[in-house]
Design a protein around this ligand. Structure first.
Ligand code: MG
Length: 225
């Protein structure tokens, strides 16, 4: 069966629980830092977190674990750090079943702003990689720290789909909902914790494009499943 439509999924906090990435950045790296400079963990954590904040998430380096290893002169390889903590990688409970259903009717892709190293290990460990036709990292593949309208346009172009034949779902109100919607993509805001931004209350129509989990999302877009 020819698949006319494309579904693009955000990765962290959409398909995969953020515990792993948070652990690597906020515990794994501080632990190495504490060891290297012979200080206690809480001191190391404060230093490391302050440095992340100084660089800021609008700089590409912020997402680049290789950069931070060099910057802090940490011992060992960043690859090992990602591997050591891989037992913490988990999809949300409904994810596997939902994508198994959806892949029968849609082409599926992942569009993340995490660096490719993280995306690869997360998809490999959760064993969901093969369901996706393509994996895009905004930072690694496009040198962009945010999912801009141009990012989504480029994805549609590469995938040979018009925005009107593309659906996107993710947990970031601006970058996974407002931005893709602005170029005509059918976007859904995944609000697992019911934290919808206050300024969105007045936004007409959001209600019908907000989902609590991916099962709700699948039911909305695809009455077959
Ligand atoms: Mg996310």
């Amino acid at each position: 069966m020819k698949k006319n439509k494309l579904i693009s999924f955000d990765l962290d906090s959409t398909l995969v629980d953020p515990t792993y990435t948070t652990f690597v950045w906020e515990i794994g790296i501080p632990e190495l830092y504490a060891k290297k400079y012979n200080i206690n963990l809480s001191e190391a954590t404060s230093i490391v977190i302050a440095e992340y904040a100084r660089i800021g998430d609008s700089a590409l380096e912020w997402y680049d674990i290789n950069y931070w290893f060099k910057y802090f002169a940490l011992p060992g390889k960043w690859e090992n750090l990602l591997e050591v903590h891989r037992d913490k990688i988990r999809t949300f409970p409904e994810v596997k079943e939902v994508i198994k259903d959806l892949v029968q009717h849609y082409d599926l892709i992942v569009t993340s702003n995490a660096a490719r190293e993280f995306v690869e290990v997360e998809l490999r460990e959760t064993k969901i990689k093969d369901y996706f036709t393509r994996i895009f990292s905004a930072t690694t593949d496009f040198g962009q720290v945010k999912k801009t309208p141009q990012f989504y346009e480029r994805i549609c172009e590469i995938m040979g789909k018009s925005p009107s034949n593309t659906i996107h779902v993710g947990d970031h109100y601006e970058f996974d909902y407002l931005v893709p919607k602005s170029i005509g993509i059918e976007a859904y805001y995944l609000d697992r914790d019911g934290k919808r931004p206050k300024d969105s209350q007045a936004c007409g129509g959001l209600e019908s494009f907000t989902v609590k989990n991916l099962r709700d999302f699948a039911a909305l877009i695809n009455p077959i499943t």
